[in-house]
Structures are given as structure tokens and as C-alpha cells.
Design a protein around this ligand. Structure first.
Ligand code: ZN
Length: 113
């Protein structure tokens, strides 16, 4: 996904940041482009444009939510049972099973040329 920035031409309205899909579609935006804010914007876009719950806790098969971890890191949080941290925002690939993770790495290497 890509980070997009929409500057506001009205000084009463703050600039907006969006997380856009590779085809450029996005939904909603945040005013605070910190990690958790962008993670939420990305989640909004996937849910509103693709009608998919993302990201998902594989263990509980439930959608997770961006929030602050114990030490103020931005994390994906699963709310099932007592709740647990899925991973740090940006580290979702780590939670994939080995085969999918290796496929993703191959794809990234190809893209890097
Ligand atoms: Zn879970």
C-alpha cells in the first residue's frame, strides 16, 4: 500500500493522510500520520474498498485493531479472550506461515530487481 497526502486548501481543515491500495483507491484518512494512525487508515481502506477484514489473527480467526502496545509502540491487537498483541505494526509478514512468508520475500526481491 502507498501513503498519500491530501493538503487542505482551507486553513480550518487539517491536511489528510491516506493509505491507498496499489490501484490508488483509498477510503477515509487520518490527520496524524504516525504509525498507528496510518495503520488504521490502511485498515479502513481494505475494509471499505475490498470488503475484507484485515489484518486477521490466525489463531482466533478474528480481525485485529491498531493500538498502542505496553511501551508505546504501535501494535496490532487481537481482542479475543483477554486480548493479545499480534505483532508490531509493519511486522505483519512475520506472522505468516513460513511458506507464504518466503513467497512474499521472493516477490519483494523481484520488485527490488
Ligand atoms: Zn488472537
Amino acid at each position: 500500500m502507498r501513503l498519500m497526502w491530501t493538503p487542505s486548501d482551507d486553513e480550518d481543515i487539517p491536511d489528510q493522510y491516506h493509505a491507498a491500495l496499489p490501484d490508488g483507491r483509498w477510503h477515509d484518512g487520518v490527520q496524524d500520520p504516525d504509525t498507528a494512525g496510518i495503520a488504521e487508515a490502511a485498515q479502513e481502506t481494505v475494509q471499505a474498498v475490498l470488503w475484507q477484514v484485515w489484518p486477521v489473527c490466525r489463531e482466533h480467526r478474528s480481525g485485529v485493531h491498531a493500538g498502542a502496545g505496553a511501551d508505546e509502540r504501535a501494535v496490532w491487537w487481537c481482542r479475543v479472550d483477554e486480548g493479545h498483541e499480534l505483532c508490531e505494526v509493519g511486522e505483519l509478514a512475520q506472522t505468516l506461515p513460513g511458506k507464504q512468508r518466503r513467497a512474499l520475500r521472493r516477490k519483494e526481491r523481484r520488485r527490488a530487481g
